[in-house]
Ligand binder design. Structure first.
Ligand SMILES: [Zn+2]
Length: 357
């Protein structure tokens, strides 16, 4: 295949977005796009380029006082009659336009056209963000080459519609169990109905007063919800067990241990098992490169509600923010698109921030 990422394409973030969208890269099929990205980075004299699986990393070594990461995932969710891209007025449609090849285009454009950024920059183009964590390129690099991720600040170019989204909330899944005594439903007074017992668990959830927490000016809004319920034995049996799956989304001022303690407090009199947890990330607005980035954007950040890879950086002590041109509401949507003017605005912002004064 001829590499579509020509110098003319790399020079224009809009053309570059489109070229990247038109290289199909559904999760676990990133080899072709990673090959194209690696090939153009390898020949850039101001970068050292490395590869791990289908994750490509390139970095400057200019001896600057700070190092920043710009990161984007190369994979997309499965196609949905939205490949290749199409243009309609100011809108570019196609799988990955919003999430997140427009963001990847920023990183690749800057990597190849900005020889002397104000900070040393590490550019990451990583695989498999849209599927289970064990395939995630940043996760794999953190295991194999943790030094690649060392930085003072990281910017994830995920879709935020041009707004800075700071930190992210944590997520915890747990199973709350109600128990009873099995009996024939014809003589139900001999039993204790565990499904009825679930009523009290659901009442606590439906009346739960979720916290709204402001950290560094960013509001995080928690939520605790039943997401699934299992119970029952047969149509004529009083059930002795019911399991309510609960998902708790918690603000980043709580650690996973504190989130678990809170869940156990809410359901103090029940059996509860935590099945999955991912820590949140504090907003991370204090690092000097972060402050300078916010100044270049010129608008206040908001709290990120969903979990993102910023938490991976936070776990390594690297403050991180999300910033990208796509509309997050259109990610994973069959009508996924990005506004071309938003791509240009964001590219100009990143230039203001990274280009030498
Ligand atoms: Zn994404």
């Amino acid at each position: 295949m001829e590499n579509p990422l020509t110098p003319e394409v790399l020079a224009d973030p809009v053309a570059l977005t489109r070229a990247l969208v038109d290289i199909e890269s559904v999760s676990l099929n990133e080899k072709a796009i990673a090959d194209c990205v690696e090939e153009v980075l390898r020949v850039v004299p101001h970068l050292s380029t490395y590869r791990h699986g289908n994750t490509v990393m390139a970095r400057t070594d200019l001896g600057r006082a700070s190092r920043v990461v710009l990161a984007g995932h190369l994979d997309t969710v499965p196609l949905n009659n939205n490949f290749p891209s199409t243009l309609r007025g100011d809108l570019m449609y196609g799988c990955g336009t919003s999430d997140m090849k427009s963001g990847v285009a920023y990183a690749l454009h800057l990597a190849t056209t900005l020889p002397e950024p104000r900070y040393d920059v590490t550019y990451f183009f990583y695989e498999a963000e849209e599927i289970e964590s064990r395939y995630n390129g940043l996760h794999l690099v953190a295991q194999a080459h943790p030094d690649w991720l060392e930085a003072d600040f990281a910017l994830l170019l995920e879709p935020t519609y041009g707004i800075v989204e700071a930190g992210c909330q944590g997520t915890m899944r747990a199973v709350v169990v109600t128990t009873g005594v099995r009996a024939h439903s014809a003589r139900s007074w001999h039993g204790v109905n565990a499904v009825h017992g679930a009523g009290e668990v659901l009442r606590r959830l439906s009346t739960y007063q979720a916290r709204r927490v402001t950290i560094d000016g960013c509001e995080y809004r928690e939520g605790m919800n039943a997401t699934r319920i299992h119970g029952g034995v047969a149509g004529n049996v009083v059930p002795d067990r019911c399991e309510i799956e609960v998902n708790y989304r918690f603000a980043p001022d709580r650690t996973p241990a504190e989130a678990e303690a809170h869940l156990r407090e809410v359901f103090a009199d029940y059996e509860l098992t935590v099945t999955d947890c991912a820590a949140g990330a504090l907003p991370g607005l204090e690092a000097p490169p972060a402050r300078e980035f916010l100044a270049a954007v010129g608008a206040a950040p908001i709290g990120k509600l969903g979990w993102t890879d910023v938490a991976r950086f936070a776990a390594m002590g690297v403050p991180a923010l999300n910033f990208g041109p796509g509309d997050p509401n259109l990610a994973h949507h069959p009508d996924e698109h990005v506004e071309i003017s938003k791509i240009r605005d964001g590219a100009a912002t990143l230039h203001r921030w990274l280009a030498p004064a």
